[in-house]
Design a protein around this ligand. Structure first.
Ligand SMILES: CC(C)(COP(=O)(O)OP(=O)(O)OC[C@H]1O[C@@H](n2cnc3c(N)ncnc32)[C@H](O)[C@@H]1OP(=O)(O)O)[C@@H](O)C(=O)NCCC(=O)NCCS
Length: 291
């Protein structure tokens, strides 16, 4: 009897992600070691659009999503191909489908090491490095800088109060996304003289909680906007994705959130990042896929 058998190769078809059983998407992300829960996939599906690569009997072998903000910009994420099908053209095919769906939009994404060469070959250029800080939060917070302003909790219905601040930091109006995140987030606003100068959201994600978006104009404000959530999470798992490498990042490390990975922020078309010292900027990302 033969000791091996060569199976016939199979064909993959693109399907809208909305029609796919969320447990199949969860199995796909788990196969590449990602922490997304089925609930996280559900939220991402509501936030954006996407396609999956399925075979003739509905098994899922890949995904790619995009999150449009207005008519001329989108972020791309959740680009995954199952390990068994990698390095055979599946990822490139999914990306080309996404380009067709996104029309002429300017694009941005956060590239893992595995995907970097693919995106470079698709004309994405580097803009910055995102550091993934995560771990169990220290039992007691280290001493904080002096608080300049006061905190308020923001109800989801009052997001208009931070819309201008977020636009200044992110560069594109993403209020519909913030509304969606706010459904499951605790939101704090930092005000000085009545004016919102920073905000942060904290929500369940993956194996714990994530702080993001976090928008502030300087490290001290950003530290307070993280601390206001961290103080309730001693001993629990938290994550912050940041491009900051200064005092804010040092504060996260002192709290038990060490850097476990990095990804590269890339863009295609108009430059995406436009940070200026002293002006509002994104200290904590909403999520890798969300920019
Ligand atoms: C990144 C990923 C989606 C690529 O998918 P894929 O199906 O392997 O992609 P393709 O087969 O279309 O390969 C595209 C390019 O990637 C590069 N590449 C893929 N596999 C490679 C390997 N094993 N070694 C070196 N380069 C490789 C090549 O540059 C290839 O270019 P080519 O088309 O000229 O050969 C896949 O590796 C993956 O899911 N990784 C884990 C999750 C992840 O990191 N996703 C990216 C999120 S930003």
């Amino acid at each position: 009897m033969q000791q091996s058998v060569r199976l016939k190769s199979f064909e993959l078809f693109a399907q809208d992600i909305d029609g796919i059983d969320v447990n199949l998407l969860h199995a796909l992300s788990t196969s590449v070691g990602w922490p997304h829960r089925p609930k996280d996939w559900e939220m991402l599906r509501r936030a954006g659009k996407g396609i999956v690569a399925v075979d003739g009997i509905g098994r899922v072998f890949g995904s790619a999503m995009w999150f449009p903000h207005g008519d001329d910009f989108a972020t791309i994420g959740l680009v995954i191909t199952s390990p068994r099908t990698q390095a055979q053209g599946n990822g490139r095919w999914l990306m080309e489908r996404v380009f067709a769906e996104c029309g002429g939009r300017h694009l941005s994404l956060n590239a893992t090491r595995a995907a970097y060469a693919l995106y470079r070959s698709l004309a994405f250029v580097d803009e910055g490095i995102v550091h993934l800080h995560q771990g169990k939060v220290s039992a007691a917070l280290p001493s904080l800088p002096r608080l300049n302003g006061h905190f308020e909790e923001l109800a989801p219905g009052r997001l208009a109060e931070i819309a201008a601040l977020d636009l200044a930091a992110f560069g594109v109006d993403r209020l519909p996304l913030l509304e969606l995140l706010a459904e499951q987030a605790s939101i704090r606003v930092l005000r000085r003289d009545g004016v919102a100068v920073g905000y942060s959201m904290c929500r369940a994600f993956g194996q714990g909680h994530v702080i993001g978006p976090l928008v502030a104009s300087n490290d001290d404000d950003a530290i307070h906007l993280a601390a206001v959530h961290l103080e309730a999470f001693g001993g629990r798992f938290m994550r912050v994705d940041t491009r900051s490498t200064g005092a804010f990042a040092a504060f996260l490390r002192r709290n038990g959130l060490s850097v476990t990975d990095t990804v590269t922020t890339m863009s295609k078309g108009r430059r995406f990042l436009n940070e200026k010292p002293g002006e509002p900027m994104v200290f904590g990302l909403a999520g890798h896929a969300l920019g």
